[in-house]
Ligand binder design. Structure first.
Ligand code: ADP
Ligand code: MG
Length: 475
């Protein structure tokens, strides 16, 4: 028999009914309508956003099991929420939200051998000599591998992360160090590894912590004279994830304590995952013995995503938020925000907000205003090196040629343009511009700027050069 949304949902319901209280079934499942089935994705309509939130919070596991039974491993669930006319419009509108399938990470319990401490623990149910502690993993279940989109820029780091999650402590990627600039996904990937490990190995104790918080805890432990407890606690963890370890630089006490924890974990086959905004070779004020430990495993870089990956990231974000947006807007945003995924997401969120609060349609114009705001703050700093690179690329010569002493007209022009843009886009002095662009003096630079100004007014072709290079520099 062909599968339809209805038949699939009927069968899910039977399974659900057998597994929950009749009253809960009546309240939360009877009002649901199955509306659409495409491939392995079932859309169900729920009466309100609250309803959707309740289902996601309390029944997402059950729903996932039921749906996977019917549709296989890649089964997806999409909620369709019918909203009443919020703006007083006639038409009710609908919102589509895909299920996260992400219940909270369960809390972890650990049996800690008591070293004749805490005599107040007299509970007879506690095995003598053993103390049971709860450790919250501090993991954010919303950061998963599923929503960490793959591209050339992150393939190595992502696959290494997956390998570690499959066999924590059992690969040569120990420690796994993920490094890269701001907003490129280090924190996301770090959580995803932990979340995936908790899925696959619920019995393992996983702990995510920022290097900053780790440092605070350490300082606190020194103050309270509990440094040893601090060390022992961390030595009990199976998978220790420390975010932004560049924060350790210059803090020798913290480095020392981490060194001991690290050695203990590593010797016992426990997994360590670290992130940093720099490669180990570029880290400063970190002790040599610690740096050498960082290099034991694998250092994998997260780079700026290429255009294709940026497009998928934007589309995925829209999909998860249940928002539709014209293709040309998606392309425009992905084309113009290049270096930072956080900004890419920020621009999209801001676009969605602008359009829904002000009831404005999302147009290219609105998109360009918003993108401008995001790009301005970060991309303004253009370097003289970068200018020389762009100008020489534009005239298809290399930078050495641009800087050479030759008097060939087109080369002189390129050099003068580079000087002109350096004056316009950087805060560098004329002398400094001159010395960086082929060791000229400040008078030469001044002359170049005047020449460019003149030619811009008299020579159409030259004016076009200026405009086109300008555009490349400010994109
Ligand atoms: P970092 O820690 O490197 O500064 P984050 O992990 O905080 O960066 O990432 C910034 C934002 O970009 C987060 O919202 C994250 O979910 C998102 N992001 C980064 N890389 C990806 C990716 N490959 N796919 C989807 N989202 C990503
Ligand atoms: Mg981070």
């Amino acid at each position: 028999m062909d599968k339809t949304a209805q038949t699939v949902w009927e069968r899910c319901l039977q399974f659900i009914k057998d597994n929950i209280q009749p009253q809960a079934y009546k309240t939360w499942f009877e009002p649901i309508r199955a509306v659409k089935l495409t491939d392995n994705s079932l859309s169900i309509q729920v009466p309100s956003k609250f309803f959707y939130e309740w289902l996601e919070e309390h029944y997402v596991k059950l729903l996932k099991v039921a749906l996977t039974k019917e549709l296989g491993d890649g089964a997806k669930l999409v909620y369709i929420i019918r909203m009443e006319n919020t703006y007083g419009n006639k038409k009710p509108f609908t919102e589509k939200i895909p299920s996260n399938n992400r219940p909270a990470v369960p809390s972890q319990e650990l049996d800690v051998p008591l070293k004749n401490k805490n005599p107040e623990l007299k509970n007879p149910f506690i095995i003598p000599g053993i103390r049971n502690v709860k450790i919250e993993s501090q993991l954010n279940p919303n950061y998963s591998f599923d929503n960490f989109l793959e591209g050339d820029s992150n393939r190595l780091a992502r696959s290494a992360g997956l390998a570690v999650a499959n066999k924590p402590g059992g690969t040569s990627f120990n420690p796994l160090l993920v490094f890269g600039g701001v907003g490129l996904g280090k924190t996301h990937l770090a959580h995803a590894i932990g979340v995936d490990i908790k899925d696959k190995y619920p019995e393992k104790t996983v702990l995510y912590i920022s290097a900053e918080k780790f440092t605070q805890q350490y300082i606190e432990s020194v103050k309270k004279n509990t440094r040893n407890d601090f060390i022992h606690f961390y030595q009990l963890i199976d998978v220790l994830i420390i975010d932004d370890v560049q924060f350790f630089s210059g803090k020798s006490g913290t480095q020392d304590v981490f060194f001991h924890i690290f050695n203990h974990l590593h010797q016992n086959g426990k997994q360590v995952v670290l992130t940093s905004d720099k490669a180990p070779v570029d880290m400063q004020d970190i002790e040599q013995r610690l740096l050498s430990r960082f290099k034991w495993g694998l250092s994998a870089e997260l780079q700026s995503p290429d255009y294709e990956t940026r497009i998928s990231i934007v589309k995925n974000k829209l999909y998860r938020d249940g928002v539709e947006m014209p293709e040309e807007i998606v392309e425009y945003v992905a084309k113009n925000i290049k270096t930072n995924v956080r900004e890419l997401e920020g621009a999209i969120i801001s676009l969605i907000a602008q359009s829904s609060f002000n009831k404005k349609e999302v147009t290219l114009d609105l998109a360009s205003q918003i993108v401008e705001k995001f790009v301005k703050n970060t991309k303004r700093e253009v370097s003289i090196d970068y200018i020389q690179k762009i100008v020489s690329d534009y005239f298809q010569m290399d930078v050495a040629t641009l800087q050479s002493k030759t008097r060939k007209r087109h080369i002189v022009q390129a050099r003068q343009l580079a000087m002109f843009f350096a004056k316009k886009y950087t805060k560098a002095s004329l002398a400094s511009i001159g010395s960086q662009i082929g060791k000229r003096d400040h008078a030469t630079v001044l002359h170049a700027c005047k020449t460019v100004d003149n030619l811009a007014e008299t020579d159409k072709q030259f004016k076009k050069y200026i405009e086109e290079i300008s555009q490349k520099l400010t994109l």
